[in-house]
Design a protein around this ligand. Sequence first.
Ligand SMILES: *[C@@H]1O[C@H](CO)[C@@H](O)[C@H](O)[C@H]1NC(C)=O
Ligand SMILES: *[C@@H]1O[C@H](CO)[C@@H](O)[C@H](O)[C@H]1NC(C)=O
Ligand SMILES: *[C@@H]1O[C@H](CO)[C@@H](O)[C@H](O)[C@H]1NC(C)=O
Ligand SMILES: *[C@@H]1O[C@H](CO)[C@@H](O)[C@H](O)[C@H]1NC(C)=O
Ligand SMILES: *[C@@H]1O[C@H](CO)[C@@H](O)[C@H](O)[C@H]1NC(C)=O
Ligand SMILES: *[C@@H]1O[C@H](CO)[C@@H](O)[C@H](O)[C@H]1NC(C)=O
Ligand SMILES: *[C@@H]1O[C@H](CO)[C@@H](O)[C@H](O)[C@H]1NC(C)=O
Ligand SMILES: *[C@@H]1O[C@H](CO)[C@@H](O)[C@H](O)[C@H]1NC(C)=O
Ligand SMILES: *[C@@H]1O[C@H](CO)[C@@H](O)[C@H](O)[C@H]1NC(C)=O
Ligand SMILES: *[C@@H]1O[C@H](CO)[C@@H](O)[C@H](O)[C@H]1NC(C)=O
Length: 856
Amino acid sequence: MVAVGAMSVVLRGLCFSVVLFAGCPYAYSQLPWTPIYVGQSQVDLWTRSATGCPCNFNTSSNDCACCVPSGGCSCGEALPSRCAQCGLDQHCTNMCNITLDGKQLFSKSGRGFGQIKSPYLEGPTKCTYKFIPDVGQRVELQIYRLLSIGRHNGTACEGGWLELEGGARVCGRNERFDRPVVLFSDKSVAILHMQINENTTRSQFLAYFSFASNASSSVGLPARGGKPVSNEVCDWEYDEKSCRKGCILTSPGYPGLYPPNTRCRYRITSSPRVTVNLNFTSVLLSHNHCTSDYIAVYEGRETTSSLLKMLCGNDRTNVVHVGSQLLVEFRSGPEVPPFNYNGFVATLSFVEITTEAPTTVTMESTSKTLEMIRSPSRSSHNGRYNHRDLHDHRKDQGSASCDLVVSGNEIRSGHHDTRGKLKSTVCRLNLRGRAYDTVHVSITSYNLSPVACKSMVEIFDGNLEARMIGSAKSLKRICSPAERLPRALVPVSKYIEPERYSSTGRDMTVILQRSSDSPADEEYMDVSYYFHDEREEGTQQPASVCDVEYYGLSSPPEGTVIHPEPHKLLTSQGPVKCRQHFIPAANQSINITVESSTKQASSNSCYTKCGDSGCQCVTKNRLDELDHLLLVSETGYVVSCFCGNYQEWLPVGVRSWTPVYIEWSRFSNAGLNFKAAYKFSEDPYCGDHTTKKPEGEVTGGNLASGEIKLNQYYQQKCTWILDSSMDRQLTIEVKSSQSRPCAAWNLTIHEYSKNGDPAGPKLYTFCSRDQHKNFTLDWKMNTAVVRLQALSRTPPQYTMKWRSDFVTANTRKSGPSPAPNHVTGSSSNIHDRHNHRYCAFSLTIPWWILMTFLRL
Ligand SMILES: *[C@@H]1O[C@H](CO)[C@@H](O)[C@H](O)[C@H]1NC(C)=O
Ligand SMILES: *[C@@H]1O[C@H](CO)[C@@H](O)[C@H](O)[C@H]1NC(C)=O
Ligand SMILES: *[C@@H]1O[C@H](CO)[C@@H](O)[C@H](O)[C@H]1NC(C)=O
Ligand SMILES: *[C@@H]1O[C@H](CO)[C@@H](O)[C@H](O)[C@H]1NC(C)=O
Ligand SMILES: *[C@@H]1O[C@H](CO)[C@@H](O)[C@H](O)[C@H]1NC(C)=O
Ligand SMILES: *[C@@H]1O[C@H](CO)[C@@H](O)[C@H](O)[C@H]1NC(C)=O
Ligand SMILES: *[C@@H]1O[C@H](CO)[C@@H](O)[C@H](O)[C@H]1NC(C)=O
Ligand SMILES: *[C@@H]1O[C@H](CO)[C@@H](O)[C@H](O)[C@H]1NC(C)=O
Ligand SMILES: *[C@@H]1O[C@H](CO)[C@@H](O)[C@H](O)[C@H]1NC(C)=O
Ligand SMILES: *[C@@H]1O[C@H](CO)[C@@H](O)[C@H](O)[C@H]1NC(C)=O
């Protein structure tokens, strides 16, 4: 009966963890509590059923308890209906004053954990339990049930208590702890005292114990790097040398209850040109007891030094300090029921002051340190304990927690599969990006079995643990029952790419909530993620899989771009198109040079041919069904196309004053490789110009300085809007010394069009073989558009002059033709111009694209 009761306590504890999570994720995430025993359908930990098995003390009876095959031993005649852990079976009826030797217990039962069920005792009385851990083990105790074991009077336990020697006292008249009271001991022998000082009739407690590996990811000893100060209970010294790999400070007994009325001092010494970075990553001190339970950080060696920071409750902070001495003082007052706090963890790192931004470096070392705790090296000090870990019930469920925190400093992409991890009811994937990161995830596969949304996967935009409640927005919730098979199990024709979700800021959280921690068929999620640095890798476009934009003013002015890496697509095969846009600001040009292709991708079905009109993809197939690369101008004009083995044509350059993009198309599984350099430059050559001269001149071919190389390509598309506020007759004179086909380059004169492309209906065309021509426009055609287009091996060479004639007699008969929008800025000057009696013409070149193909 007692055993069943205990089990229900365990299960209630688990349920509570879910409830608590839903209401208060912060507290949940801070209390690392891993149940030692997870109930199954049996009587207790060691008893499968109360009757039905042969008795070892009476061969003719089949009425004894059936024990679990591994580690369970019959209690014998004393208690035929029960089994106990082998090695403790002689204590079935009187579990008091016993010794629990980790090594022995393990050799007898194959388990490094078990249960203590004290007998019903009449007080006053006492029991002691002696735990002898093996090398590399710590003792963990989880107390679930107290019956007539003293009471707490507000400052101390009165009349009785449980105390893991040197730690907190736990007491209560009739307590079932929804979340067990957790205690840890790191001594070579840990003694648990049950002390009853008053008359009682039935005093009892129930607890689980575990000899946990000090290297365990969930219950191991996180503290590292400090040297204990002799003769002091919990004073430590830290310095740079011992913290090369990062040090960790913890309260005593972490992650268990810390001892009451304690003072611990952690002294940190560094050389002067070093930044000390102390990050309190987890703080949970007893609530509302800030005057007695606190952490104080002093700038110096003693508490008389000036106070830098004070923490209590669950304040978390990061202290960055430059100076040679730092003192962290941790103080605790009396224990406080319901004993639901566990102290603190702080990572400590030293960063030499260099030109590098210290925060970045520090965060890096911090997360490295955390990583080290989470994944203790495989070459562990003692192979036996790895073996032992396998037999620990917890470890049977998988080696690592299903929670994962990924720091964008360390890891830029990956995937997290909760299968093979601890089967907690809640698994959270916290993706924490760097300053300019956005996070992108897709749930590549999952299985959620129960009905009515009892299990779910939910994706949040933001960090759920951040202080601002409600700041994390739910992007997607997948409710059970639901399933998505991994790609490998789906026929190619039926496979649909998973949706991608993107964060608005640097953090993202994905949570799997399971209705049970021991699901019959495994419920899981497999999440692919990557971090995208907006600054370095362009601004990711929310709607597309992989389109990015580089802006002339906000992106780094120069850099390198490559083909999209497979993880960025969150899909490993199938057709994808990605565009990398380059958007120069006014008076800027963008220079892109496709430099190399790291992989030779020869293809029989398509090859690249560069000629007088740029590079082309030569194929009989549809281009959409081939891996290829395009250089495209803003208007959609394909400047160049590459496919097959195009390496021999490289480098190919593009210079443009308006946006250009590289479009990478993957049809096969691989896709083409490329590497391109880009550079935004201040370059007013083709920018916005306004001239107030009534006449002017433009000379082309300036760019073609030096000799003309064999495989050089030019594309130019320049537009001039010649506008006047006064009626005039405009004459445009064009000259060229070249004699090239009209298709290679030409200059056209258009009517002005207000909407869209300013070049309206075409009036005249000048081809280079025309040599020299005068175009006289109609009277009062005050706004005209001249456009030059070229795509040629040789740069166009020309001179374009314009001249205005005014006939004063007619000027006031009708108003001027409408001014184009482009020059409305100067229309406010019309009045001035009239007053000053001179005529002005704006020469506006708002849209001029020039692309240069270079074959060097
Ligand atoms: C052994 O068990 C049988 C059947 O339950 C019972 O009849 C018998 O009395 C038992 N013997 C002893 C010595 O307890
Ligand atoms: C346990 O041992 C202590 C002395 O070591 C003794 O006083 C106490 O009565 C014992 N408890 C029981 C229940 O036998
Ligand atoms: C675990 O214990 C072993 C043996 O005492 C020790 O060498 C090792 O440093 C400990 N590990 C941690 C993380 O404290
Ligand atoms: C609580 O119990 C402790 C220990 O017996 C005693 O010293 C203290 O005075 C008590 N406090 C109150 C408020 O009763
Ligand atoms: C406790 O029990 C003893 C013996 O039964 C008795 O003498 C004593 O008075 C009781 N103490 C209290 C406080 O009831
Ligand atoms: C401190 O640690 C937390 C939790 O690991 C982390 O999110 C934060 O970025 C760290 N802060 C610094 C400045 O390293
Ligand atoms: C672009 O350059 C021209 C000429 O140098 C200048 O007049 C104009 O103000 C510049 N425009 C911008 C937006 O910087
Ligand atoms: C464009 O970049 C290439 C390679 O970086 C360089 O060789 C070329 O001179 C640049 N062109 C211009 C106009 O800046
Ligand atoms: C074009 O006009 C200019 C100036 O009026 C004149 O000098 C030139 O000869 C004319 N050219 C042609 C080809 O008519
Ligand atoms: C003018 O030149 C462009 C670019 O070279 C070309 O596409 C267009 O067909 C040419 N126009 C004429 C009328 O030849």
